[in-house]
Design a protein. Sequence first.
Length: 330
Amino acid sequence: MSRIFSGIKPSGDLTLGNYLGALKNFVALQDEHDCFFCIVDLHAITVAQDRLELRKRTKDIAALYLACGLDPNKATIFIQSEVPGHAQLSWMLECQTYYGELSRMTQFKDKSLKDGTAGLSSGLFTYPVLMASDILLYDTDIVPVGEDQKQHVELTRDIVDRFNNRYGDTFVKPDLFIPKVGARIMDLQDPTKKMSKSEENDKGYILLLDDLNRIKKKIMSAKTDSDNLIKFDKDNKPGISNLLSIYSVITNKSIESLEEFYVGKGYGDFKKDLAEVVVSFIQPIQDRYNEIRNSKELDDILDEGRDLANKLAFKKVKKVEHKIGLGRKR
Ligand code: AQP
Protein backbone atom coordinates (compact mmCIF):
# COMPACT_ATOMS: atom_id res chain seq x y z
CA MET A 1 0.00 0.00 0.00
CA SER A 2 1.58 3.29 -0.96
CA ARG A 3 1.93 6.14 1.50
CA ILE A 4 0.29 9.53 0.86
CA PHE A 5 1.01 12.81 2.62
CA SER A 6 -0.64 16.16 2.06
CA GLY A 7 -1.68 19.19 4.04
CA ILE A 8 -3.49 22.50 3.99
CA LYS A 9 -2.31 25.61 5.78
CA PRO A 10 -4.62 27.52 8.12
CA SER A 11 -3.86 30.91 6.57
CA GLY A 12 -7.55 31.57 5.97
CA ASP A 13 -10.82 29.67 5.91
CA LEU A 14 -11.02 26.82 3.42
CA THR A 15 -12.25 27.67 -0.06
CA LEU A 16 -14.04 25.60 -2.63
CA GLY A 17 -10.67 25.66 -4.47
CA ASN A 18 -8.99 23.95 -1.52
CA TYR A 19 -11.75 21.36 -1.54
CA LEU A 20 -11.77 20.65 -5.27
CA GLY A 21 -8.00 20.84 -5.72
CA ALA A 22 -7.00 18.99 -2.58
CA LEU A 23 -9.54 17.67 -0.06
CA LYS A 24 -11.73 15.91 -2.59
CA ASN A 25 -8.74 13.85 -3.65
CA PHE A 26 -7.71 13.19 -0.07
CA VAL A 27 -11.09 11.58 0.51
CA ALA A 28 -10.87 9.48 -2.65
CA LEU A 29 -7.34 8.33 -1.84
CA GLN A 30 -7.91 7.21 1.74
CA ASP A 31 -9.57 3.91 0.70
CA GLU A 32 -6.62 2.59 -1.24
CA HIS A 33 -3.61 4.16 0.46
CA ASP A 34 -1.95 4.68 3.78
CA CYS A 35 -2.72 8.38 4.22
CA PHE A 36 -1.32 11.15 6.41
CA PHE A 37 -3.27 14.40 6.23
CA CYS A 38 -2.01 17.36 8.14
CA ILE A 39 -3.05 20.89 9.02
CA VAL A 40 0.22 22.65 8.33
CA ASP A 41 0.11 25.50 10.82
CA LEU A 42 3.89 26.06 10.72
CA HIS A 43 3.42 27.10 7.10
CA ALA A 44 0.76 29.61 8.06
CA ILE A 45 3.18 31.65 10.21
CA THR A 46 5.39 32.57 7.27
CA VAL A 47 3.15 35.64 7.25
CA ALA A 48 1.84 37.36 10.40
CA GLN A 49 -1.19 35.64 11.95
CA ASP A 50 -3.42 36.61 14.82
CA ARG A 51 -2.71 33.97 17.47
CA LEU A 52 -6.30 33.26 18.47
CA GLU A 53 -7.51 33.28 14.87
CA LEU A 54 -4.78 30.82 13.90
CA ARG A 55 -5.73 28.43 16.70
CA LYS A 56 -9.38 28.66 15.76
CA ARG A 57 -8.76 28.12 12.07
CA THR A 58 -6.48 25.16 12.68
CA LYS A 59 -9.31 23.37 14.47
CA ASP A 60 -11.88 24.58 11.94
CA ILE A 61 -9.87 22.94 9.20
CA ALA A 62 -9.47 19.72 11.18
CA ALA A 63 -13.25 19.64 11.59
CA LEU A 64 -13.70 20.35 7.89
CA TYR A 65 -11.38 17.47 7.00
CA LEU A 66 -13.80 15.17 8.80
CA ALA A 67 -16.91 16.93 7.54
CA CYS A 68 -15.70 16.50 3.96
CA GLY A 69 -15.32 12.77 4.47
CA LEU A 70 -11.87 12.03 5.83
CA ASP A 71 -12.13 9.00 8.06
CA PRO A 72 -9.73 8.71 11.02
CA ASN A 73 -9.98 4.92 10.74
CA LYS A 74 -8.47 5.13 7.29
CA ALA A 75 -6.23 8.19 7.49
CA THR A 76 -3.95 9.75 10.10
CA ILE A 77 -5.11 13.32 10.73
CA PHE A 78 -2.93 15.67 12.76
CA ILE A 79 -1.57 19.17 13.32
CA GLN A 80 1.94 19.82 12.04
CA SER A 81 3.28 21.87 14.97
CA GLU A 82 2.36 19.05 17.36
CA VAL A 83 4.99 16.87 15.69
CA PRO A 84 8.41 18.49 16.31
CA GLY A 85 10.09 16.33 13.66
CA HIS A 86 8.79 18.62 10.90
CA ALA A 87 10.80 21.60 12.12
CA GLN A 88 13.82 19.45 13.04
CA LEU A 89 14.08 17.79 9.65
CA SER A 90 13.45 21.09 7.94
CA TRP A 91 16.62 22.62 9.39
CA MET A 92 18.70 19.60 8.38
CA LEU A 93 17.31 19.77 4.85
CA GLU A 94 17.73 23.54 4.58
CA CYS A 95 21.41 22.85 4.92
CA GLN A 96 21.16 20.59 1.85
CA THR A 97 19.22 23.08 -0.27
CA TYR A 98 20.77 25.84 -2.35
CA TYR A 99 19.86 29.50 -2.13
CA GLY A 100 19.56 29.50 -5.94
CA GLU A 101 16.97 26.73 -5.86
CA LEU A 102 14.78 28.58 -3.39
CA SER A 103 15.18 31.84 -5.34
CA ARG A 104 13.66 30.12 -8.36
CA MET A 105 10.45 29.07 -6.59
CA THR A 106 7.73 30.95 -8.45
CA GLN A 107 5.51 31.56 -5.43
CA PHE A 108 8.34 33.39 -3.67
CA LYS A 109 9.33 35.21 -6.85
CA ASP A 110 5.76 36.41 -7.41
CA LYS A 111 5.42 37.62 -3.86
CA SER A 112 8.78 39.37 -3.85
CA LEU A 113 8.03 41.08 -7.16
CA LYS A 114 4.79 42.36 -5.68
CA ASP A 115 6.01 43.40 -2.22
CA GLY A 116 9.84 43.49 -2.49
CA THR A 117 11.97 41.16 -0.37
CA ALA A 118 13.02 43.37 2.56
CA GLY A 119 9.82 42.89 4.55
CA LEU A 120 9.25 39.21 3.73
CA SER A 121 10.05 36.66 6.44
CA SER A 122 12.91 34.28 5.75
CA GLY A 123 10.38 31.51 6.51
CA LEU A 124 8.54 32.49 3.36
CA PHE A 125 11.75 31.94 1.44
CA THR A 126 12.58 28.56 3.00
CA TYR A 127 9.11 27.08 3.43
CA PRO A 128 9.45 24.79 0.38
CA VAL A 129 12.05 22.94 2.46
CA LEU A 130 9.59 22.63 5.33
CA MET A 131 7.18 21.19 2.81
CA ALA A 132 9.85 18.74 1.64
CA SER A 133 10.34 17.72 5.28
CA ASP A 134 6.60 17.21 5.76
CA ILE A 135 6.65 14.81 2.84
CA LEU A 136 9.93 13.02 3.54
CA LEU A 137 9.37 12.40 7.26
CA TYR A 138 6.76 9.77 6.44
CA ASP A 139 8.43 7.99 3.48
CA THR A 140 5.70 9.36 1.28
CA ASP A 141 5.20 7.76 -2.14
CA ILE A 142 2.53 10.10 -3.54
CA VAL A 143 1.74 13.77 -2.86
CA PRO A 144 -1.71 14.87 -4.04
CA VAL A 145 -1.68 18.66 -4.50
CA GLY A 146 -3.00 21.39 -6.76
CA GLU A 147 -0.97 22.52 -9.76
CA ASP A 148 0.51 25.49 -7.88
CA GLN A 149 2.48 23.13 -5.63
CA LYS A 150 4.11 21.15 -8.44
CA GLN A 151 7.41 23.03 -8.28
CA HIS A 152 7.73 22.35 -4.55
CA VAL A 153 7.32 18.62 -5.02
CA GLU A 154 9.95 18.75 -7.76
CA LEU A 155 12.30 20.48 -5.34
CA THR A 156 11.58 17.74 -2.81
CA ARG A 157 12.60 15.14 -5.37
CA ASP A 158 15.86 17.00 -6.04
CA ILE A 159 16.59 17.15 -2.32
CA VAL A 160 16.03 13.39 -2.06
CA ASP A 161 18.51 12.70 -4.87
CA ARG A 162 21.09 14.98 -3.34
CA PHE A 163 20.73 13.62 0.18
CA ASN A 164 20.64 9.97 -0.84
CA ASN A 165 23.72 10.44 -3.03
CA ARG A 166 25.62 12.17 -0.26
CA TYR A 167 24.61 10.04 2.71
CA GLY A 168 23.21 6.79 1.31
CA ASP A 169 19.64 5.65 0.90
CA THR A 170 17.55 7.60 3.41
CA PHE A 171 14.49 9.10 1.77
CA VAL A 172 11.78 7.78 -0.54
CA LYS A 173 11.43 9.89 -3.72
CA PRO A 174 7.79 10.98 -3.89
CA ASP A 175 5.60 11.25 -6.97
CA LEU A 176 3.19 14.06 -7.61
CA PHE A 177 -0.52 13.51 -8.17
CA ILE A 178 -2.49 16.35 -9.76
CA PRO A 179 -6.19 15.88 -10.50
CA LYS A 180 -7.13 16.55 -14.15
CA VAL A 181 -10.20 18.72 -13.78
CA GLY A 182 -10.47 21.19 -10.93
CA ALA A 183 -6.72 21.25 -10.33
CA ARG A 184 -6.83 25.01 -10.41
CA ILE A 185 -10.05 26.76 -9.45
CA MET A 186 -9.89 30.44 -10.28
CA ASP A 187 -11.00 33.59 -8.48
CA LEU A 188 -14.65 34.44 -9.25
CA GLN A 189 -13.90 38.14 -9.74
CA ASP A 190 -10.55 37.78 -11.49
CA PRO A 191 -10.57 34.39 -13.24
CA THR A 192 -6.98 34.84 -14.37
CA LYS A 193 -5.71 34.20 -10.84
CA LYS A 194 -6.38 31.23 -8.59
CA MET A 195 -9.03 31.22 -5.88
CA SER A 196 -7.15 31.77 -2.61
CA LYS A 197 -8.25 31.79 1.00
CA SER A 198 -6.12 34.82 1.84
CA GLU A 199 -7.49 36.95 -1.03
CA GLU A 200 -8.76 40.32 0.16
CA ASN A 201 -11.87 40.60 -2.00
CA ASP A 202 -14.23 38.04 -0.47
CA LYS A 203 -16.42 37.99 -3.59
CA GLY A 204 -13.60 36.18 -5.37
CA TYR A 205 -13.80 33.01 -3.32
CA ILE A 206 -16.40 30.62 -1.96
CA LEU A 207 -15.68 29.43 1.56
CA LEU A 208 -16.86 26.00 2.66
CA LEU A 209 -18.31 27.75 5.71
CA ASP A 210 -19.87 30.71 3.86
CA ASP A 211 -23.51 31.49 4.48
CA LEU A 212 -25.45 29.63 1.77
CA ASN A 213 -27.22 32.71 0.44
CA ARG A 214 -23.93 34.50 0.24
CA ILE A 215 -22.56 31.63 -1.86
CA LYS A 216 -25.45 31.99 -4.29
CA LYS A 217 -24.83 35.73 -4.56
CA LYS A 218 -21.12 35.22 -5.16
CA ILE A 219 -21.83 32.80 -8.00
CA MET A 220 -24.46 35.04 -9.56
CA SER A 221 -22.00 37.95 -9.55
CA ALA A 222 -19.03 35.91 -10.82
CA LYS A 223 -17.24 37.66 -13.64
CA THR A 224 -18.00 36.32 -17.13
CA ASP A 225 -17.53 37.80 -20.61
CA SER A 226 -20.29 39.47 -22.60
CA ASP A 227 -21.02 36.93 -25.38
CA ASN A 228 -23.33 34.80 -23.19
CA LEU A 229 -22.08 31.51 -24.72
CA ILE A 230 -21.46 28.59 -22.37
CA LYS A 231 -18.24 27.25 -23.87
CA PHE A 232 -15.03 26.09 -22.24
CA ASP A 233 -12.17 28.24 -23.50
CA LYS A 234 -9.68 28.91 -20.75
CA ASP A 235 -7.72 31.59 -22.64
CA ASN A 236 -10.51 33.62 -24.16
CA LYS A 237 -13.35 32.89 -21.72
CA PRO A 238 -11.66 32.28 -18.34
CA GLY A 239 -14.70 33.22 -16.24
CA ILE A 240 -17.25 30.80 -17.70
CA SER A 241 -14.55 28.14 -18.12
CA ASN A 242 -13.82 28.31 -14.40
CA LEU A 243 -17.53 28.00 -13.56
CA LEU A 244 -17.84 25.05 -15.94
CA SER A 245 -14.91 23.35 -14.18
CA ILE A 246 -16.52 23.84 -10.78
CA TYR A 247 -19.84 22.48 -12.08
CA SER A 248 -18.13 19.54 -13.71
CA VAL A 249 -16.03 18.47 -10.73
CA ILE A 250 -18.89 18.70 -8.26
CA THR A 251 -21.42 16.84 -10.38
CA ASN A 252 -18.98 14.49 -12.16
CA LYS A 253 -20.56 15.57 -15.46
CA SER A 254 -18.17 16.14 -18.32
CA ILE A 255 -17.59 19.69 -19.54
CA GLU A 256 -18.78 18.64 -23.04
CA SER A 257 -22.09 17.34 -21.69
CA LEU A 258 -22.60 20.59 -19.75
CA GLU A 259 -21.83 22.68 -22.84
CA GLU A 260 -24.36 20.63 -24.77
CA PHE A 261 -27.01 20.94 -22.08
CA TYR A 262 -26.68 24.72 -21.99
CA VAL A 263 -26.82 25.33 -25.75
CA GLY A 264 -29.35 28.13 -26.30
CA LYS A 265 -29.34 29.15 -22.63
CA GLY A 266 -27.50 32.11 -21.14
CA TYR A 267 -25.13 32.81 -18.25
CA GLY A 268 -28.03 33.70 -15.92
CA ASP A 269 -29.59 30.22 -16.21
CA PHE A 270 -26.26 28.53 -15.94
CA LYS A 271 -25.20 30.46 -12.84
CA LYS A 272 -28.53 29.85 -11.13
CA ASP A 273 -28.15 26.09 -11.64
CA LEU A 274 -24.53 26.18 -10.54
CA ALA A 275 -25.50 28.09 -7.38
CA GLU A 276 -27.96 25.29 -6.55
CA VAL A 277 -25.36 22.61 -7.28
CA VAL A 278 -22.76 24.26 -5.04
CA VAL A 279 -25.16 24.97 -2.18
CA SER A 280 -26.61 21.44 -2.16
CA PHE A 281 -23.09 20.12 -2.10
CA ILE A 282 -21.86 22.39 0.71
CA GLN A 283 -24.89 22.22 3.02
CA PRO A 284 -24.28 18.66 4.33
CA ILE A 285 -20.60 19.51 4.87
CA GLN A 286 -21.63 22.46 7.03
CA ASP A 287 -24.11 20.31 8.97
CA ARG A 288 -21.48 17.71 9.79
CA TYR A 289 -18.96 20.45 10.61
CA ASN A 290 -21.34 22.00 13.14
CA GLU A 291 -21.81 18.61 14.81
CA ILE A 292 -18.14 17.90 15.22
CA ARG A 293 -16.35 21.26 15.57
CA ASN A 294 -16.53 21.49 19.36
CA SER A 295 -16.68 17.78 20.16
CA LYS A 296 -14.28 15.72 22.26
CA GLU A 297 -14.20 13.30 19.33
CA LEU A 298 -12.29 15.85 17.26
CA ASP A 299 -9.61 16.31 19.94
CA ASP A 300 -9.32 12.56 20.40
CA ILE A 301 -8.79 12.08 16.67
CA LEU A 302 -6.12 14.78 16.59
CA ASP A 303 -4.36 13.33 19.65
CA GLU A 304 -4.28 9.89 18.10
CA GLY A 305 -3.04 11.25 14.79
CA ARG A 306 -0.31 13.25 16.54
CA ASP A 307 0.90 10.21 18.47
CA LEU A 308 1.19 8.00 15.43
CA ALA A 309 2.81 10.72 13.31
CA ASN A 310 5.27 11.46 16.13
CA LYS A 311 6.35 7.85 16.29
CA LEU A 312 7.28 7.72 12.60
CA ALA A 313 8.73 11.23 12.54
CA PHE A 314 10.96 10.62 15.56
CA LYS A 315 12.46 7.52 13.93
CA LYS A 316 13.14 9.37 10.69
CA VAL A 317 14.74 12.34 12.42
CA LYS A 318 17.05 10.01 14.37
CA LYS A 319 18.01 8.22 11.17
CA VAL A 320 18.84 11.50 9.41
CA GLU A 321 20.82 12.82 12.41
CA HIS A 322 22.80 9.61 12.41
CA LYS A 323 23.54 9.85 8.68
CA ILE A 324 24.68 13.45 8.98
CA GLY A 325 26.70 12.85 12.14
CA LEU A 326 24.72 14.91 14.61
CA GLY A 327 24.74 14.22 18.34
CA ARG A 328 26.42 11.27 20.04
CA LYS A 329 26.78 7.80 18.54
CA ARG A 330 23.89 5.60 19.73
N1 AQP B 1 -7.73 27.62 -6.31
C1 AQP B 1 -7.32 26.39 -6.09
N2 AQP B 1 -7.67 25.41 -6.94
C2 AQP B 1 -7.26 24.16 -6.72
N3 AQP B 1 -6.50 23.78 -5.68
C3 AQP B 1 -6.14 24.72 -4.80
N4 AQP B 1 -5.40 24.69 -3.68
C4 AQP B 1 -5.33 25.92 -3.16
N5 AQP B 1 -6.02 26.79 -3.92
C5 AQP B 1 -6.53 26.07 -4.96
C6 AQP B 1 -4.82 23.48 -3.16
O1 AQP B 1 -5.21 23.38 -1.79
C7 AQP B 1 -4.15 22.75 -1.08
C8 AQP B 1 -3.86 23.50 0.17
O2 AQP B 1 -3.21 24.64 -0.09
P1 AQP B 1 -2.48 25.45 1.04
O3 AQP B 1 -3.46 25.98 1.99
O4 AQP B 1 -1.41 24.67 1.68
O5 AQP B 1 -1.79 26.57 0.23
P2 AQP B 1 -2.20 27.38 -1.01
O6 AQP B 1 -2.07 26.57 -2.25
O7 AQP B 1 -1.37 28.62 -0.95
O8 AQP B 1 -3.74 27.71 -0.76
P3 AQP B 1 -4.45 29.09 -0.84
O9 AQP B 1 -5.91 28.86 -0.61
O10 AQP B 1 -4.08 29.84 -2.06
O11 AQP B 1 -3.88 29.81 0.45
P4 AQP B 1 -3.16 31.22 0.59
O12 AQP B 1 -4.13 32.24 0.08
O13 AQP B 1 -2.90 31.38 2.05
O14 AQP B 1 -1.88 31.17 -0.18
C9 AQP B 1 -2.96 22.62 -2.02
O15 AQP B 1 -2.91 21.31 -2.49
C10 AQP B 1 -3.31 23.56 -3.12
O16 AQP B 1 -2.74 23.19 -4.35
